[in-house]
Design a protein around this ligand. Structure first.
Ligand SMILES: *[C@@H]1O[C@H](CO)[C@@H](O)[C@H](O)[C@H]1NC(C)=O
Length: 251
């Protein structure tokens, strides 16, 4: 169990560095399938509770089965998968971008209340805790990396998509009202929020997965002539180009 966590942690860190460096480069992949593959990978890694919720639970001392049961997403805190599916691509990207903005703000608030930030004594498992704190920082970098790719995808889809798609209602992502919560209640709200975040990212991954299945739409940013030309040639196998396997990875 312990080694499994460590290996997953390392994998997440490596992915985090990868996305962070991509962000630092500030360049956009010009190819739709490459960009979509990156977005799918990012969503897939972010849906994993070991990247954020688990470290948070350990840092906050909430890592007990009874508390895990109570740590469930507030209904409506994040857009549902159905609502996301109902959005056009640009609206979906805008919703995702806006929601990630809220998550970043919430993570900043959460980090302000961590024992480390308040200068309190470190819990006994200090080594693990340090690693967990790094995971939280990495999660924020990853979100910035994803946002960068959302920007790239919005640009790739072009402004013509604006007119074609109705703008849907803003995401229902306002955090639930928590009037002056005690410290414990605040910790619990944090974990419910993060639970929702991972579920949301899983739904986002599902929707991005659908994007790869509709070639006519995914190639709409190309000039029509190029499309006609391509239609006469035999198409290369789509599955060979896909970067992320469709099925769930073993957890
Ligand atoms: C994402 O949201 C930020 C504000 O939080 C905004 O500055 C940025 O332009 C948005 N990006 C896209 C692609 O909509």
């Amino acid at each position: 169990m312990r080694t499994q966590i460590t290996r997953r942690t390392l994998l997440s860190l490596v992915l985090g560095l990868l996305f962070a460096s991509m962000t630092a480069m500030g360049s956009c992949p010009g190819d739709f399938q490459v960009l979509l593959g990156q977005l799918q990978k990012q969503a897939h890694s972010m849906q994993d509770p070991s990247t954020l919720l688990d470290p948070y639970m350990r840092i906050q001392g909430l890592d007990f089965p009874k508390l895990r049961e109570r740590c469930k997403e507030h209904p409506g805190a994040f857009p549902s998968e159905g609502a996301l599916r109902g959005l056009g691509r640009r609206s979906f990207l805008r919703t995702l971008n806006a929601t990630l903005g809220l998550v970043l703000r919430r993570l900043a608030a959460i980090q302000q209340h961590l024992p480390e930030a308040r200068g309190l004594e470190k819990p006994p498992a200090a080594r693990l805790s340090t690693q967990d704190l790094e995971m939280l920082k990495m999660a924020r970098l990853n979100i910035h990396g994803l946002r960068n790719n959302i920007f790239c995808m919005s640009r790739l889809l072009g402004s013509s998509w604006d007119a074609a798609e109705p703008t849907q209602a803003a995401p229902g992502t306002s955090p639930p009202p928590t009037p002056d919560p005690g410290a414990f209640q605040r910790k619990l709200e944090g974990c419910r929020f993060l639970h929702g975040y991972h579920r949301f990212m899983s739904s986002v991954g599902q929707v991005f997965g659908e994007w790869g299945k509709s070639p006519s739409q995914s190639h709409r940013h190309r000039p029509p002539r190029a499309l006609q030309k391509e239609a006469r040639r035999p198409r290369p196998s789509r599955s060979s180009k896909r970067l992320v396997p469709r099925g769930q990875l073993p957890r």
